[in-house]
Design a binder for this molecule. Structure first.
Ligand SMILES: Cc1cc2nc3c(=O)[nH]c(=O)nc-3n(C[C@H](O)[C@H](O)[C@H](O)COP(=O)(O)OP(=O)(O)OC[C@H]3O[C@@H](n4cnc5c(N)ncnc54)[C@H](O)[C@@H]3O)c2cc1C
Length: 483
């Protein structure tokens, strides 16, 4: 969204180079989005003196411009009120499969175990949820509180874990991130946390033993130094807005035309952690959304790559569609439809090609002779029997494509909307402590939210970003307060 900014030097500053302390606290938190607010609340409740440093004029971050969908389960009060059963074990099974190929099982387990209680915690803070299920795919235009937001009902995940809807949405029409942040920030203030805004944090301060003891920042053009007696928690968002870091670590994400972010996602938090010895991991990973539906009818089409071949079931969640299309098919994909299934995507854009026969369409798209015709013939043969033997698309979306004219919507990266944010970041453990390259904690340093590497590797399900920002933010706050 915002212009790229090159982040400045982030190497840690030696304690002996600090001329004076401008402020002191037990726990200093960098950034006041979902992760920072949750860390601040828990650290203050644990009895610590807490100071939050935020570069913007107020709290909110990317969380405040988001849809506010949160992935919780394991039998939350909302799931039960809407008539759905779920368990920690089924949620763990789903996320372990969906956050592949190398799921961080230890952190996923904590996330699942704390999920239902965290939902209650949000309700206690006054975040409203309506006990109504939304059966559509993705965001409801209304106020329903619960829906499916991942691949729970999609092959192969539907066979690996008992599906349950886990996307929890605050009661509000449209985007709910601002409401969520309003409630969290109100609690931060009630908890007695000191908040300093318009303070751009730049470097961590470390003592002679390598322990993080403070933060160097700029306020109104002047450098300041804030001492942290127990520790620093980095909650400064991701790096999708740092062109140089994207070029260096996640070049495939350059093709995503919409950066799901705000200005703070410039990678500075991650680089500050690296400057103090933290390891940055899974830096090439991103959440990539291709909103090819609504309308849902488009799931009746077939996605093909530049070889005219299918490569995924078309009932996948938009986040998996985007990841597969951009990261595995180099962003060159077409959605092939017939006259009965054709509609234009509401959000994705794309360029439409039409022809009277599949062979003509194949020629127009420049595919090898016979390639698309063979793909459609194979798909139709299965569809006549109500099956999709290759990719196991759900029965309700499997219909032969045989009514001319035929169409192909070019949903390649340069024609359609792909929305991305980064999932790589600082390595952390189940206590949200930042780890160095040997896997040992960097003393005095914690991280949560998009500054920390996600539980996805990749394999995103909508709502886990704000979900993990909150759960591991709270853990980080408690852990730092008790250090
Ligand atoms: C349109 C849109 C819709 C989305 N919808 C969803 C959704 O429904 N569900 C979901 O899970 N995710 C969603 N996301 C992604 C999600 O919003 C983010 O991944 C998540 O909010 C990150 O939370 P965070 O606490 O890590 O960072 P943020 O909320 O961005 O907070 C980081 C804070 O740190 C501050 N900061 C940064 N650098 C510094 C610095 N150097 N010094 C001081 N302060 C600093 C920032 O200003 C910011 O306030 C969406 C994103 C967008 C753009």
């Amino acid at each position: 969204m915002s212009a790229n900014r090159a982040a400045g030097p982030t190497t840690a500053l030696a304690l002996r180079a600090v001329p004076r302390w401008d402020a002191e606290a037990d726990v200093v938190i960098v950034g006041l989005g979902a992760a920072g607010a949750c860390a601040a609340i828990e650290a203050a409740r644990a009895g610590a003196r807490v100071r939050v440093l935020e570069r913007a004029g107020g709290g909110g971050g990317t969380t405040a411009v988001s849809d506010g969908m949160m992935y919780f389960g394991g039998g939350t009060a909302l799931q039960r009120a809407c008539g759905f059963e779920d368990s920690v074990e089924e949620m763990f099974r789903y996320l372990s499969a969906a956050c592949g190929p190398e799921p961080d099982e230890a952190r996923i387990r904590v996330y699942c175990e704390q999920s239902a209680a965290h939902y209650d915690w949000l309700v206690e803070l006054g975040v409203p949820f309506k006990a109504e299920f939304y059966p559509g795919r993705m965001l409801s235009p209304g106020e329903e509180g619960l829906t499916y937001s991942g691949n729970e009902l999609v092959h192969p995940f539907r066979d690996q874990a008992v599906p349950a809807p886990r996307a929890h949405m605050p009661q509000k029409e449209g985007q709910a991130g601002a409401l969520l942040m309003q409630k969290l920030c109100a609690e931060v203030e009630r908890a007695g946390v000191e908040i300093a805004t318009n303070v751009l944090c730049e470097r961590l301060i470390v003592d002679e033993d390598g322990r993080v003891v403070g933060v160097a920042a700029t306020e109104a053009g002047v450098t300041r130094h804030d001492r942290a007696h127990r520790g620093v928690v980095l909650c400064a968002g991701g790096f999708v807005n740092n062109r140089e870091m994207i070029r260096q670590y996640a070049p495939a994400l350059r093709k995503a035309r919409f950066r799901a972010s705000t200005e703070g996602d410039d990678g500075r938090g991650i680089r500050m952690g690296m400057g103090a010895g933290g390891a940055a991991i899974r830096m090439s990973m991103g959440s990539v959304t291709l909103p090819f539906y609504p309308p849902k009818q488009l799931m009746r089409g077939i996605f093909v790559n530049r070889y005219g071949q299918r490569f995924m079931p078309e009932d996948v969640y938009q986040g998996r569609a985007g990841e597969i299309a951009l990261l595995q098919q180099e962003g060159r994909v077409w959605l092939v439809l017939d006259d009965e299934s054709f509609e234009r995507p509401v959000f994705a854009g794309g360029e439409v090609h039409a022809a009277e026969t599949i062979e003509e369409l194949e020629r127009e798209l420049g595919f090898a002779p016979g390639s698309l015709a063979a793909t459609v013939a194979l798909y139709n043969a299965g569809a006549e029997r109500g099956e999709d033997p290759l990719f196991h698309k759900a029965f309700e979306h499997v219909v032969p494509l045989r009514t001319p004219p035929f169409g192909a919507i070019d949903l390649s990266w340069d024609k359609a909307i792909y929305a991305a944010f980064t999932l790589g970041g600082l390595a952390t453990d189940t206590l949200a402590r930042v780890l160095n390259a040997d896997g040992a904690p960097v003393p005095g340093l914690w991280a949560a939210g998009r500054t920390a590497a996600s539980i996805s590797s990749p394999g995103y399900s909508s709502g886990t970003s704000i979900g993990e920002a909150q759960i591991f933010g709270r853990i980080a706050g408690r852990s730092a307060a008790n250090a």
